[in-house]
Design a protein around this ligand. Structure first.
Ligand code: MG
Ligand code: MG
Length: 262
């Protein structure tokens, strides 16, 4: 039997909502600066300052020794990339993962940005990964099971010929950045722990253009695809509700910026 998952109170959910909103706004600040010549470290600094200016602290900085505020994973990097001084180039993709801790609660969200024009195959990977996230989110309703989320993500990714990363998964969150349950991006319908109303989880498909196999760089953090083909990552923090999920983080600020900048 699965352990019953713990729901959060509406007061706790309100605090996760505030933190998640700040994450969305921080990613929008980053979005406005993604262009050739800018370095990932520049983007990290923008996020650090913006988060501090809003009375929060970066959720990833010093987390298990992580050295920066953002995880910035470029092209073949899947997740957990350490921001570098290497300038962005036209055609790169950049998965930016942001967490904040405010009033004792975390928010967590990620978005994959294009640096200028990208290869059509890569563009299609990004669109599909975002759709995987959406399909996964739609399954996060009370009474469903964790496997329903993973199944929806996996079906969409694999039917498009992409690899679904197995080793890294979504998660519950709240007072801790990572809480129960694990939320894999693969699974079987009707399997896994039951989703209860008020459960807060981060859903975060990591989808590879080629093989699902990954490896870790010698920096001890960066996860890359085994075949070095590109990988995309989108993430939302959501709360399980009856009938329809509530998405706590948002891409609205990001996509508004991308429209203006375009
Ligand atoms: Mg994240
Ligand atoms: Mg996460």
């Amino acid at each position: 039997m699965w352990r019953m998952l713990k729901a959060k109170s509406e007061e706790e959910i309100a605090l996760v909502r505030e933190s998640s909103l700040l994450v969305g706004k921080t990613l929008a600040e980053v979005a406005a600066e993604v262009r050739p010549g800018v370095t990932p470290l520049d983007l990290d600094k923008i996020a650090y300052e913006f988060i501090h200016d809003h009375g929060a602290v970066p959720g990833f900085l010093n987390y298990q020794g992580f050295p920066n505020s953002l995880c910035i994973s470029r092209n073949e990097a899947v997740v957990h990339g350490i921001p570098t001084k290497k300038p962005l180039e036209e055609g790169d993709i950049l998965s930016v993962d942001c967490g904040v801790l405010m009033n004792g609660f975390y928010g967590d969200s990620a978005y994959t940005f294009k640096v200028g024009e990208v290869d059509p195959d890569v563009d299609r990977l990004l669109e599909t990964t975002k759709r995987c996230l959406q399909l996964g989110i739609e399954q996060a309703v009370a009474g469903n099971r964790v496997g329903d989320i993973g199944y929806a993500v996996q079906q969409e990714a694999e039917s498009n010929g992409y690899g679904v990363v197995r080793e890294l998964v979504g998660h519950g969150l709240g007072r801790e950045l990572h809480e129960a349950p694990e939320v894999p991006n693969f699974g079987r319908r009707g399997k896994g722990p039951k989703l209860v109303e008020g459960l807060v989880i981060a859903i975060e498909p990591m989808i590879n253009l080629g093989t699902r196999e990954i490896s870790q760089l010698r920096d001890g953090w960066t996860i890359v695809t085994a075949d070095r083909k590109p990988s995309a990552h989108y993430e939302h923090t959501v709360v399980v509700r009856k009938g329809q999920v509530e998405v706590l983080s948002t891409f609205d600020f990001i996509e508004e910026k991308l429209k203006i900048e375009a």
